[in-house]
Write a protein that binds this ligand. Structure first.
Ligand code: URA
Ligand code: SF4
Length: 189
């Protein structure tokens, strides 16, 4: 589909039945933030709170994400946050390859095309594998930036991973500090 703005995509997502995940949702979560964001964050999929509100990262993982954003002087209004799948998987299970394929081909790719971010930050393994299916272990590549077909990516752990593990929390905060550094490099080049 050739969408002309993000609201058009969101409207389609809200009524989408292209994969079985539509059956379990209260609300689809198209993503939110600045349509002209320089940085696009991509999570995995809505959890219970996101499903209830129709907004991304509004639960505990979202709180931790906000904390990390604040540490680098970013607000939600500065960035855009989306997910690999837009509807909540049952009991928060991992999204299936098929669901990820259908949802990203139909929506995420169009969202990226319209936002044209300078940097895409992937959060967690599923988001990483949408762009780098050859990478298997996020523990070996978190905090690394890659350039592929002219697009710069930074691979980060999912914020939920840091919630219960203090050591990982510190690692994630360190990884986050690379965002302003990478943005400077992009703007210099
Ligand atoms: N986890 C995600 O991956 N996405 C959300 O929107 C919320 C939690
Ligand atoms: Fe449609 Fe994506 Fe929801 Fe599946 S997860 S029903 S493809 S919006």
């Amino acid at each position: 589909m050739n969408y002309s703005n993000l609201d058009e995509i969101a409207a389609e997502i809200k009524i989408c039945k292209k994969c079985p995940l539509f059956r379990g949702r209260i609300n689809a979560v198209p993503g939110s933030g600045n349509p002209n964001a320089e940085i696009l964050f991509i999570g995995e999929g809505p959890g219970q709170n996101e499903d209830k509100k129709g907004l991304p990262f509004v639960g505990d993982a979202g709180k931790f994400l906000d904390e990390m954003l604040e540490s680098i002087n970013l607000k939600r209004e500065d960035i855009f946050i989306g997910n690999v799948v837009k509807c909540r998987p049952p009991n928060n299970r991992d999204p299936l390859e098929e669901e990820v394929g259908v949802c990203t081909r139909n929506y995420l790719i169009s969202q990226i095309r319209l936002i044209k971010p300078k940097l895409i930050v992937t959060l967690g393994r599923h988001s990483m594998q949408v762009f780098f299916p050859q990478l298997k272990s996020i523990s070996q590549v978190h905090g690394k930036a890659y350039k592929k077909a002219g697009q710069v990516y930074l691979i980060l752990y999912h914020p939920a991973a840091g919630l219960y593990q203090q050591s990982l929390k510190e690692t994630m905060k360190d990884d986050f500090k690379k965002i302003p550094e990478i943005m400077e490099l992009i703007k210099e080049s």
